[in-house]
Write a new protein. Sequence first.
Length: 558
Amino acid sequence: MKKLMMMMTALLMAVTVSAQSPMILGENHAMLRVKQGTKYLLLPVQEKEENAHIAVLDARNEMVQRLNVRLAVDKVDYFVPFEIRNGQLLDITFHGDKRTTGAMKDFLCWKEMKYSDTFDTTNREHFRPLYHHTPLYGWMNDPNGMFYKDGVWHLYYQFNPYGSQWENMTWGHSISRDLIHWDAQPLAIESDWLGAIFSGSAIVDKDNTTGFGRNAVVAMYTSAGAAQTQSIAYSADGGKTFTKYAGNPVITFNAPDFRDPKVFWHEPTGKWMVVLAVGQEVQFYSSKNLKEWKFESAFGREYGNHDGVWECPDMLCFGEKWVLLLNINPGGPFGGSATQYFVGRFDGHTFTCEDSPSETKWMDYGKDHYATVTFHNAPEGRIVALPWMSNWQYANQVPTLQFRSANGLPRDLGIKVVGGETYLTSVPSKELMALRGKKVKQPTEACEIVIDVKSSADIVLSNAKGEQVTMRYDAQKQEFKMDRTKSGDVSFSDAFAYETVAPTFGSIKQLRLFIDRCSIEAFDAEGKMAMTNLVFPSEPYNTIKVKGGKATIYSIEK
């Protein structure tokens, strides 16, 4: 027992050893010598403050890293870990107003910085989902570089390790064998002097077209510095670690918004293709080795919604028909960000759209479905997509602190012809059936509700606090609505309280509702309609009333 107490005391000391005093160099400038011998320096964050710019210098006083962190002035919201590697000295510049923040030497961050060999990622959040992917801590947005190899699904994502708001973009990494249980991995690709690591994609180069080795994983991403350029990196260990290509950047273009490369193989021409978002259009390039690229064509100037910047494109092949996914922000059907798509043909050079130029087709009619892209190399010829479950109107303000943002459920995509026109279909991936537990009488904080619909139907989810989400399927109008205006906490953004409406493209016979602690995802069982919305109830919805249908509730067993 005495030995155990001594070990616990030693660990506690490792966690609570404070950093030494900073060197104050001016009203907004300081330096801090980094103590060696421990793994982390825990940085205290206060979200309402402005970012402090931190240059990390090595033993030769050469800069090896740049960070932006909202260092605490008078209150600590949470801590983030700075991993002590080559860093010897932190050169810190604050940008707050001294008249409101006070003297820099009195900032609380100096007293609260601590050295530690561990960082506690134990969940401390009421709204952290139970069966959706989330980062252990910090900020997450777009899914990146997703691929399947050797029985493992790899998910990379836009990640800020130094706070729970957007900043310091790097690629986080998680892996799964079932699309449900995700294991966090070390950071995959970090920023360099070409810029932060923005969104992109990854492929498995089974034929060694790149020269990086047979079955090498090759990632292509946007280097976001003074300009946005495209770079590649390769992995010889299945996607765990990456080496950046010495010839980066591999594609450049004179445009301020030039990003989010999605690489895919075009079998008829025997070439790699990449589709890039460029302001208000997409551009296609071809390559035999992912290093030298040829411009092929552009698409989109006269098509679809142009109320915001086009981002995160993807190309999906369904035999002779192709679907171009195109995320846009703002410009969504209910404000903020959303995913539109176009149906047509692609010959390896040009995408020809069969839709009317004035028509906009939306993949999901909720407020919280964005940056949707698909996994490369998915098994059984499936096309499996994963969205970011938030909206840029309020993503930085949702009521969590330890982490922000989750991914929506994985969904298998297909196409369906309705009234002579082709639409994208979306159904929950089959792996989600493994989540179904026992039938229960009442909804819980994590459950699936299957509603067999007779004709039109009204559905109300509620709790004892009077918080509720109302849904209505109107068979005559072929329309589905979800109203979250009274769903719980809606105070953090004027754009959050909203009713969303979706066309159903025919009748709905069965609805599948996936409830998690902070989300409701509604699917027509045939895939004709999908709607994803966040909710933040003070306690779980535990009552359901259905008029015009019968509900079967399954517990979620993760």
